[in-house]
Design a protein around this ligand. Structure first.
Ligand code: HEC
Length: 105
């Protein structure tokens, strides 16, 4: 049993790997965005009041920002808000959100 579990863990590691190159799903990203991101960033990431516009940016830029916040690292003066928002995101959710936001022109 122990070996089976260990085997599954290893398999998991091989299949999902350690690198984060996941092709984002725009539709799934849109659904995730609708859960709460739009409350601050406005419809389709167009920006709202003092909250930054995030649509149309490079996928790599968006992923990098979200990973940075998720790690608890500050970027701007209001990072605390975003750190809270990014912490529950999975790698896949981040990839999906980045694909969705990148596709908004
Ligand atoms: C409570 C308001 C709020 C919510 C909800 C929120 N954000 Fe943010 N977001 C901010 C603020 C404020 C900043 C700027 C933070 C700073 O000063 O570093 C920001 C920054 C960002 C940035 C970096 C922008 C840049 O160019 O530097 C991205 C990307 C982002 N948010 C994506 C998201 C996503 C995706 C979600 C949903 C999971 C989300 N945000 C939810 C307030 C929010």
């Amino acid at each position: 049993m122990k070996h089976l579990i260990l085997g599954l863990v290893c398999l998991n590691f091989v299949v999902f790997g350690t690198n984060k190159v996941i092709a984002g799903d725009i539709k799934a990203g849109e659904a995730r965005y609708a859960q709460n991101c739009g409350n601050c960033h406005g419809p389709a990431g167009m920006g709202l009041a003092s909250y930054p516009k995030i649509k149309g940016k490079e996928v790599s830029y968006l992923i990098d920002r979200l990973n940075t916040y998720r790690a608890g690292t500050k970027i701007g003066p209001n990072s605390d808000l975003m750190i809270m928002m990014a912490q529950p995101l999975s790698d896949i959710e981040i990839a999906n959100l980045a694909a969705y936001l990148n596709a908004q022109k």
